[in-house]
Design a binder for this molecule. Structure first.
Ligand code: FEO
Ligand code: CA
Ligand code: CA
Length: 705
């Protein structure tokens, strides 16, 4: 089944020039204010391992980009990987409704074979699912969420309507059970960013927008909780008529700051002299569900929302802003400072410090105040996902999504309580307030790389979690605890972590305990900057690392790791699919979000359109063990211009949900010049979709079988 390669050197395929990977310039502008077009904010002299290797050995010549191809074509991969460290057995506790008992569901067994025929490469303006499956929209931008929300009216949108309606561009998707049979649930999603070109007729620029338009966009950011219910006895879900649990969180919602940096002078503003109360959450990207039934949401490219009416001149503030990509010269990107002065850094220099956190939201209590968790550090948080350590402490894995930034881990001081009674839940709701913070260093075990391919045939090695905060004390020279937490990037720069190729989701497999790290791309990495964990120069298509904590304990401070997917066209010799025969896999580009089904299969959604062959983004599934290990198949593709987000598999394994983010977001698109009409044949509307296998009612097949 596995590929046997002939050893030998082959050149890498040429990598196209371009600063945006495969994404449209429009997407880059709206999602992250062209972060990739700017110099990488990490200018620290924290060394690349390539640099270290260069110093450690006498170099024979220039680095060759052919090293990666030589590795990939030269490895009897399945045999080699069979000797890789065994997966850890550390199940993550399942989420249960508060005050209730275990779910009455029948989860699929481990290692179930995949049965669907993969969706082929395509560029159609539709959601495409395998034969035998069907899909429907659960919620689209503008659909009513809270009581009193009006129906969507594209041509007459108002701030008041948007505040109660489904927001724009859902990214993270989660389903939390409301009953023991999983017939009712809470759909929880992030609304990452807005694209005003596609929201408003005649949009020209932030500087010329009406304040009403700016406020509509602000209201379309944030988070939504929507009660959903099963359709009959199928795997399809639809919004429930009941809206008592429904909630919109946006840029005006009250948040409380918790953890060691709460109340810090660094977080105080004229509107909040306490440094503990923040309005809103910004650019919420991915996230995670905690075992105690809350949702973690990552504030990612928050820098773009701040303008400056005067240049920032204070050298320390300039240094701190620069590391986070925050503007220091006069100008704007979104114009929000015209709507609210707090978005003007000249007026409120600490307001940016109040964003860039992981926020925790309790969807089971619509009256709860969401919290910004300072103990987990401040950076461009992709998301946070939880494992429980051997001793019961909660561990959060996190990626900082920027070129050359880092992978982090938080370990709580207190331990998780299993019960779903009120007292246990109250206790668990404080678990992420206090703990230790680490950043990852990956060390390859083939020191001759990149001068020559790894001698063991694998990109793999060991690693350590470098301490930033331990037992409430800073481990970073010259920085206080508050400074480490508020300026975590600057703190991490000082301890020598590995500069990664844009860490997106970092998530433990709840069945095996292995942590998967999606590294979406880094087209700027030069041959001189490669290391064994980021081995591809001009990494346009990304890769995936599997990390196993030593002793299978999530609280360990050391680990082993190996690259399991090098993405791109399978015909390209530099790609690698966990050793599987590449003539049988689907091509994948720019892995972004990962999820797991109850049988432990790895699901990946992508943000790489148009990818190596110009095809649409999609959702993929890959077994991580057994004969089919590495057999990656495309389960679904999304419409023109869209990115595939989420994904989520329901706890019973019967439904896949994903977010069609920014359909029609193609350079030059406007409301009059549309590139997509998803989902209703009119203006494109970002939407959350449910996918299920078509069977008679009462037959409960699992997704992916
Ligand atoms: Fe919003 Fe890192 O993706
Ligand atoms: Ca190696
Ligand atoms: Ca993402």
């Amino acid at each position: 089944m596995s590929e046997t390669h002939s050893a030998g050197r082959r050149r890498l395929l040429p990598v196209l020039n371009g600063s945006h990977g495969g994404r449209s310039a429009m997407t880059c502008t709206y999602r992250c204010a062209d972060a990739c077009s700017h110099p990488a904010p990490n200018t620290s002299d924290n060394e690349y391992f390539g640099d270290m290797a260069e110093k450690a050995m006498s170099r024979r010549g220039l680095l060759r980009t052919g090293a990666l191809a030589a590795f990939v074509v030269g490895t009897g991969s399945a045999t080699a990987l069979a000797t890789a460290p065994a997966a850890a057995a550390r199940p993550v506790a399942a989420v249960r409704p508060p005050g209730d008992n275990d779910l009455r569901i029948d989860p699929p067994e481990l290692g179930r074979p995949i049965g669907f025929l993969p969706v082929g490469d395509n560029t159609v303006d539709a959601v495409v699912v395998p034969n035998g499956y069907d899909w429907s929209v659960v919620m689209a931008w503008g659909d009513p969420v809270e009581e009193g929300a009006p129906d969507f009216d594209f041509d007459n949108q108002t701030v008041e309507a948007q505040l109660k309606q489904f927001g724009y561009n859902a990214d993270f998707v989660a389903v939390l059970p409301l009953d023991r049979n999983l017939d009712r649930a809470l759909l929880c999603v992030n609304h990452e960013y807005t694209n005003e070109n596609l929201m408003f007729h005649g949009w020209s620029s932030p500087a010329e927008a009406s304040v009403e338009q700016l406020r509509i966009a602000m209201a379309a950011h944030g988070f939504a909780v929507v009660e959903i219910e099963r359709v009959g006895d199928t795997g399809e879900w639809k919004p429930a008529k009941r809206r008592k649990n429904n909630r919109r969180i946006h840029t005006g919602t009250d948040f409380v700051v918790v953890g060691p940096a709460a109340g810090s002078d660094l977080l105080k503003t004229s509107a909040d002299p306490s440094g503990t109360k923040v309005l809103g959450t910004l650019n919420n990207c991915a996230g995670g569900v905690t075992p105690w039934g809350t949702v973690l949401s990552g504030e990612e490219n928050f820098h773009q929302y701040f303008g400056a009416t005067a240049a920032v001149t204070d050298p320390l503030t300039r240094e701190r802003y620069a590391r986070y990509g925050i503007r220091t010269t006069i100008g704007t990107s979104r114009g929000w400072e015209r709507a609210e002065q707090r978005f003007d850094v000249a007026a409120e220099p600490n307001e940016p410090n109040r964003h860039g956190w992981i926020v925790e939201i309790d969807p089971y209590d619509p009256t709860s105040t969401p919290r910004k968790l300072t103990a987990l550090g401040r950076f461009k948080h992709e998301g946070a996902t939880i494992a429980i350590a051997d001793d019961g402490r909660a561990v959060a894995y996190m990626g900082d999504d920027e070129r050359y930034d880092y992978v982090y881990k938080f370990v709580s001081s207190n331990t998780y309580r299993q019960g779903t009674d009120k007292r246990s839940r109250q206790h668990n709701l404080t678990l992420l307030d206090e703990g230790d913070l680490y950043v990852a260093r990956f060390t390859g075990n083939s020191p001759e790389f990149p001068d020559s391919p790894p001698d063991d045939g694998l990109f793999d090695g060991t690693g350590e979690w470098l301490p930033l905060i331990v037992n409430g004390e800073s481990k970073v020279d010259g920085m206080s605890v508050e400074e480490v937490l508020v300026f975590t990037r600057l703190a991490a720069d000082k301890v020598g972590p590995t500069k990664m190729d844009r860490p997106e989701d970092v998530e433990p497999n709840p069945v095996t305990g292995t942590v998967y790290i999606a590294l979406t791309n880094n087209t700027r990495r030069t041959p001189g900057e490669v290391d064994e964990a980021n081995p591809r120069p001009e990494n346009k298509f990304g890769h995936v690392i599997a990390l196993d904590e030593d002793g299978s304990d999530a609280a360990a401070t050391t680990f082993t790791w190996s690259i399991v997917i090098v993405c791109g066209n399978p015909d390209d010799p530099e790609t690698y699919y966990d050793g599987f025969d590449k003539s049988q896999v689907s091509q994948i580009s720019c892995p972004d979000n990962v999820a797991f089904d109850p049988s432990g299969r790895l699901w990946i959604s992508t943000d790489g359109m148009p990818g190596p062959s110009g095809v649409n983004d999609g959702m993929y599934v890959m077994p991580v063990e057994g004969e089919d290990k590495g057999h990656l198949r495309r389960f679904l593709s999304v419409p023109t211009g869209a990115e595939c987000c989420g994904p989520a598999i329901t706890p019973d394994g019967r439904t896949a949900l994903m977010a069609v983010q920014h359909p029609g977001e193609v350079d030059g698109a406007t409301t009059e010049n549309r590139f997509s009409t998803f989902p209703y044949g009119d203006q494109p509307r970002p939407a959350v979709v449910t996918v299920w296998r078509k069977t008679p009612d009462g037959v409960r097949p699992y997704i992916g079988d």
